[in-house]
Each structure stands twice: as C-alpha cells, then as structure tokens.
Design a protein around this ligand. Structure first.
Ligand code: FES
Length: 78
C-alpha cells in the first residue's frame, strides 16, 4: 500500500486515503461513499476515479478476509 496521498476529488479535497478509509468503515456503494465524503457531488469529474479507488479498497477487504479465512481454517484443523 502506498503511503503517498493523492487528491481524487478536487472540488471537495477528497483523497484516496479518505475514500479507502470510508470504504473500510462500510461505505461500499458509490452513493454511500459520495454522501459520506462529498466526492462526485459538484462537477462530477472525479466519479470514475473514485470508483477505481473504491474497487481497490474492496479488493483489499476481500483479500484480507480470504487470508483470515485461510488462517482460521489452519488454526481450527491443527
Ligand atoms: S472533482 Fe469531485 S465533484 Fe468535482
């Protein structure tokens, strides 16, 4: 995971970190995400990029859950 911060929505000063954090806190749909952080609600030029960052955050969550499931399975079988 990169430690650099990138502005995704210039109208509202929303960064990729803001979006990832909101997704990890449960704002997994575009409407919930845009409502929470404000992105996409003014000019709308950021929407495609917001969606990409959201999808990456969802993939991170899925990867973590898969890893935890594998670790959990190993833990229960030993
Ligand atoms: S750049 Fe996000 S609403 Fe304008």
């Amino acid at each position: 995971m990169s430690k650099r911060i990138m502005y995704v929505c210039l109208c509202h000063g929303v960064t990729d970190r803001d979006i990832r954090q909101s997704v990890h806190q449960g704002a997994t749909t575009m409407s919930k995400l845009c409502k929470r952080v404000g992105c996409g609600t003014q000019c709308g030029k950021c929407v495609a990029h917001v969606r990409q960052v959201r999808d990456l955050a969802l993939a991170e969550i899925n990867d973590r859950m898969a890893t935890e499931a594998r670790i959990g399975c190993r833990f229960h079988t030993t």
